[in-house]
Design a protein around this ligand. Structure first.
Ligand SMILES: [Mn+2]
Length: 355
């Protein structure tokens, strides 16, 4: 008997991009948390051509809808990422989401995220058809990366003026007179309406805009430009970037978060030691390695500050591993487990190399 799907449900989907099997543990844990939080909408993954067949099979074994897409890149002469940010080299392809006109409304999400609560209510947000909705970028530069823009300081950050609990249902309004940083969004979560006309408009900007060479965060800087004064800022709980737990202690409450975003190093690249190991030699080894990799990544943070930050990050990364352990219980007997196992590091020392 055919399954009946409500019209409004089938026209809406959460869409994600996967360009490399290294991110497979991320997408499967994300999908598990999507199911655990009882989302009513489809979970779709766009795959670029180079992704291995074993990765595709693992996704499909979990009931994930796969859409094949082409790469999307600006002309090579127009954009070069610095060595710290090579991880962004394929993220332009996220913008292919505008071509998925089989859906009326899409929420584009990163896969370095974990859903802690259901966020389906976001699909009902009323925004004009030619607008998008997203959360602001946090421009505090908590990690003191020396290659970040010089106006990325807490005084210019759009999260600085907010207070709890009003931050739960509002964001700092963006006006024509707002500081430059208030116009910047984070590309980790974007509510949008697919449209071939908009897809063409965005791709045209990608191929011709003189701004392209200045972008540090490819797809999100382009979206911020194309949708300047045409995007609606969302409350941070829909895209709670992990470093905000430290940078914006005044508003952050773990219990409020719907979607936790593991920006920068990925949770499957190291398994933090349990809290009982806090004073052990092992923890010192872990911290000194992390500190070294942050310095290599262009951070000017000192050791003591890095230690405090790392401990807070580890608390959040433990949530990801708890979900991974459950996924392992469900999948470890299957033929698909090997390709997942291949791409996780269970060691406490990060394999993060700043890319
Ligand atoms: Mn991300």
């Amino acid at each position: 008997m055919p399954v009946r799907i409500l019209e409004s449900t089938s026209k809406r989907a959460y869409v994600h991009l996967l360009t490399d099997g290294k991110y497979l543990p991320g997408v499967l844990v994300m999908h598990k948390s999507h199911l655990d939080t009882k989302s009513r909408y489809s979970f779709v993954v766009m795959l670029t051509p180079g992704v291995d067949q074993s990765v595709r099979a693992a996704l499909q074994s979990r009931g994930i809808i796969v859409k094949d897409i082409e790469y999307l890149r600006p002309p090579a002469s127009k954009h070069q990422l610095n060595d710290y940010d090579k991880r962004f080299s394929e993220t332009w392809a996220k913008l292919r989401v505008f071509e998925l006109v089989e859906y009326e409304r899409v929420i584009l999400r990163d896969i370095d995220m974990l859903l802690l609560k259901n966020m389906d209510d976001l699909f009902d947000l009323s925004i004009p058809h030619d607008h998008i909705a997203a959360t602001h970028a946090c421009s505090c530069n908590l990690m003191k990366f020396r290659h970040y823009p010089s106006d990325w300081v807490p005084a210019n950050c759009p999260y600085t003026p907010l207070t709890w609990p009003s931050c739960l249902d509002r964001a700092t309004a963006v006006t024509k007179n707002s500081p430059r940083c208030h116009h910047l969004l984070n590309g980790g979560l974007v509510l949008l309406h697919p449209s071939l006309e908009m897809a063409r408009h965005i791709q045209n900007a990608l191929y011709t805009s003189p701004q392209i060479r200045k972008y540090r965060f490819p797809d999100q800087d382009l979206l911020a430009d194309v949708f300047k004064n045409k995007w609606v800022p969302l409350p941070y709980v829909y895209n709670a970037m992990k470093h905000m737990r430290i940078a914006h202690k005044d508003i952050w409450r773990d219990a409020d978060i719907k979607c936790l975003h593991y920006v920068m190093d990925k949770p499957w690249q190291y398994r933090p030691l349990p809290p009982s190991a806090t004073s052990g030699v092992q923890r010192e080894t872990q911290l000194s390695t992390t500190l070294a990799s942050c310095k290599a990544g262009g951070s000017l943070l000192e050791g003591a500050a890095m230690r405090r930050i790392q401990q807070e990050f580890d608390e959040l990364v433990h949530h990801w591993w708890a979900a991974f352990d459950e996924l392992e219980l469900e999948m470890s007997g299957s033929e698909h487990w090997d390709v997942i196992e291949e791409n996780v590091n269970r060691h406490p020392v990060s394999v993060f190399n700043a890319n």
